[in-house]
Design a protein around this ligand. Structure first.
Ligand SMILES: Nc1ncnc2c1ncn2[C@@H]1O[C@H](COP(=O)(O)OP(=O)(O)OP(=O)(O)O)[C@@H](O)[C@H]1O
Ligand SMILES: Cc1cn([C@H]2C[C@H](O)[C@@H](COP(=O)(O)O)O2)c(=O)[nH]c1=O
Length: 694
């Protein structure tokens, strides 16, 4: 039989930015986003400058006021604006909003230079109005994106949107720092700018909105919502939180994730909230404020990108918890160090830890939470994050202001200064550390393995596996998944492919691949044994596995063979742990003992919804197949959670795809870990050689 070679003529779809209307909208979004960040930094700096002579407390409260004005409209009016975006002409909405934002921002420096009283009040009023306008612009833009890109490019479009939403923050911070210096220089030539720090930044902020207005005006492709569309009202932020907690709160692992992510978010928020007064106390001006602000976001971007790539061998929940703990400790260090350069460096580290925790948490939720609940979990998280941020940025400077400034004197000489911003950062740091420990305790998937041993092994690029007697030479690949997911089909196809490539392959399965195992399989799966206790069931599967590892798998690995196994330890964790509700740690311990700690080099999870997998099976249902759907749903969730915890050792494939597509995805991943793989191109050329497949 001949293996038809994989199609080499697969065309890559064009990049999402190749779609002109989307590229235009994305440019408008980038400019606006830059303007938004510039706006936050400039207005908080301006509030601080306007109240500079009125004491530490007043200055802190004034900065807190700007943050509150920026956050409050979103919390109170968000859902109303969302509904508006679905009813009205989106292009007109965005265009009008851009013009209004331009006029409002421009009004701030103009009003300030024309009048001398009520300046701060106008800053707050204009900020509130700009934020109200933003509430209409953002949903109109979000609703427009899916109309401008093909469906299969929507994910890339959303990633690009996310990139400019947060990626422009460090750019804006840097720009602000440069503009603050330019403002001073400009003042020497144009008297208007003299002593008017931050005005230049506000003018540029206003122009950014004007540029966006022009781009949006030319974007004729932005559609109105079709008149027959049903408008679904968005629930309020508080309602989303209350409802979200109902299903998220019951899941220990997700609870740990959410607590940790909010801790990381709050740590970053605390720095942003008090940065202006903190930097001021260290003798820094507006430029230094911009640098500290940018350092948080630069670190975050770095953490999101590099964090998950570092310490690849460390379990994801452990890396998540540790990142938050380190973020907390660094924040506490920022609180007590009085050196601007060191503070900036520590702030980058802080941002990196927060970014790492955030991206790992987000990925784990994406993989852990089942499809039907994922949207609600994300919106719950975002709502809670927004409220947390509002509270932190508003409360942090307020608390700092109330605590005031304290000097430690020895014999009349000031030796240390500890003021409100130091206190807030210290408390925030210690709280984040505690939150990190709590998250780690809730989520730890390697109980019993000392965290330091694990960490040191990961630093060396190894994975710490307890009780391994000798190092096997072959390669061990396990297939996991629910009933009818397609594991047997795929493990068979992989074994054939590996043999084609010249490897010695042992294809095996659990339970029932040894003499004793065959008897155990009969006991375990025969529907007659209905009353079997959950613990006996777990022990019988473990017994089958102990026999299998000792008699089949280890000897094959020592011969240098490729072992392809249909089900392994994860099946016990999912079926007996989650399905039968036994303690996962107990099932893990028994199996670690049974296998001597043998872990597959790669586990391929064929992820198929039970509602589909169960209908694929023919013949009478065995003892486990005949469990109710809810049992199989729990099993699926656990498989996905296990994979999410170690993305480097797992490949998760959608089991509803075509068999051939799945096997190509599996081949691509296996090729990465093979000691001496045949390159894909060479394989395409040789695949016409007749080979025997069974
Ligand atoms: N990707 C797929 N799409 C549609 N049908 C599939 C796919 N993969 C396998 N099947 C079919 O589904 C049935 C079950 O497949 P398979 O035996 O490989 O699943 P399994 O996960 O090993 O099931 P179980 O472990 O419950 O025995 C078979 O008839 C197979 O041909
Ligand atoms: C290894 C293992 C298996 N099971 C269950 C899962 C299935 O229902 C059967 C195995 O049969 P199949 O041919 O793979 O469908 O046993 C389990 O509950 N625990 C385990 O450890």
């Amino acid at each position: 039989m001949t293996t038809p070679g994989p199609s080499t003529a697969r065309r890559k779809p064009p990049h999402v930015l190749a779609h002109t209307p989307f590229r235009k909208l994305w440019t408008a979004m980038s400019v606006c986003s830059l303007g938004d960040w510039l706006n936050i930094i400039a207005l908080t700096a301006l509030a601080g400058n306007l109240t500079a002579g009125q004491g530490y407390t007043t200055q802190s409260l004034a900065i807190g006021g700007v943050f509150v004005a920026k956050m409050l409209p979103a919390v109170l009016l968000g859902p109303v604006a969302g509904a508006f975006a679905d009813r009205f002409d989106r292009r007109l909405t965005m265009f009008t909003c851009d013009l209004l934002r331009f006029a409002l921002i421009l009004s701030i420096p103009l009003v300030l230079s024309l009048t001398s009283v009520g300046n701060y009040q106008w800053v707050i009023i204009a900020t509130l109005l700009v934020e109200c306008v933003n509430l209409f612009w953002v949903p109109a833009k979000d609703a427009t994106v899916p109309n401008l890109v093909p469906k299969d490019r929507l994910e890339s479009a959303n990633q690009l949107n996310l990139l400019v939403t947060y990626g422009t923050a460090p750019v804006a911070a840097l720009l602000f720092a440069v503009l603050s210096v330019a403002d001073d220089a400009l003042g020497r030539f144009i008297p208007y700018f003299s002593g008017r720090d931050t005005y230049l930044a506000l003018f540029i902020n206003a122009v950014a909105y004007l540029v966006s207005a022009v781009i949006v005006f030319t974007l004729k492709e932005i559609r109105r919502v079709p008149s027959g569309d049903i408008v679904i009202s968005t629930p309020s932020v508080l309602r989303q939180i209350v409802e979200g907690w109902r299903f998220v709160g019951g899941n220990r692992a997700i609870r740990g994730l959410i607590i940790g992510m909010l801790g990381a978010f709050a740590a970053g928020g605390a720095v942003v909230g008090v940065a202006k007064i903190y930097v001021g106390a260290l003798g820094g001006g507006d430029a230094a404020y911009g640098v500290v602000f940018g350092a948080v976001f630069l670190g975050m971007a770095g953490g999101m990108f590099f964090g998950p790539r570092l310490l690849r061998e460390l379990s994801r929940p452990r890396l998540f918890g540790l990142s938050i703990i380190v973020a907390g400790l660094v924040l506490a260090a920022v609180a007590v160090v009085h050196n601007l350069v060191i503070v900036v460096m520590l702030t980058v580290v802080l941002g990196a830890c927060a970014g790492t925790a955030w991206i790992i948490g987000y990925t784990m939720i994406g993989l852990d939470v089942e499809d039907g609940l994922r949207g609600r979990t994300f919106s719950f998280l975002q709502s809670l994050a927004r409220v947390t941020l509002l509270l932190v940025v508003a409360v942090a400077p307020t608390l700092a202001g109330l605590f005031g400034r304290h000097l430690v004197r020895v014999r009349g000489e000031t030796v240390y200064q500890f003021d409100g911003s130091n206190l807030v950062l210290l408390v925030g740091g210690l709280l984040a550390t505690v939150v990190g420990f709590l998250a780690l305790r809730q989520m730890d998937d390697r109980r019993g393995v000392p965290i330091l041993t694990d960490l040191l092994a990961a630093v060396r690029g190894e994975r710490f596996v307890p009780e391994v007697a000798e190092q096997p030479r072959g390669m061990f690949i396990a297939f996991e998944g629910g009933e009818g997911s397609g594991k047997t089909t795929q493990s068979r196809l992989l074994a054939i492919w590996l043999r084609d490539q010249g490897y010695d392959v042992v294809q095996t399965r659990e339970p029932g691949s040894t003499k004793v195992g065959m008897r155990l399989r009969a006991i375990l799966l025969d529907a007659v044994h209905q009353g079997l206790s959950a613990r006996s069931e777990a022990l019988l599967y473990a017994a089958d596995r102990a026999e299998h590892v000792e008699k089949v798998i280890r000897p094959a690995l020592h011969r240098g063979s490729m072992v392809v196994c249909d089900r392994y330890v994860d099946s016990s964790l999912a079926y007996q742990g989650a399905g039968r509700s036994l303690k996962k740690e107990d099932v893990a311990k028994v199996n670690e003992w049974a296998t001597g700690g043998l872990v597959p080099d790669l586990t391929v999870l064929i992820d198929t919804p039970p509602s589909i997998g169960l209908t694929r099976l023919g013949g009478a249902a065995d003892r486990i197949e005949s469990e109710p759907l809810e049992f199989h749903e729990r099993v699926r969730r656990e498989f996905r959670a296990l994979a999410a915890a170690h993305p480097d050792r797992y490949l998760v494939v959608d089991g509803t795809l075509d068999q051939r597509v799945i096997s190509e995805i599996v081949h691509d991943r296996v090729r990465e870990i093979l000691p001496d793989p045949v390159p894909r191109e060479a394989e395409d050329a040789t695949s016409t050689i007749p080979v025997i497949h069974d």
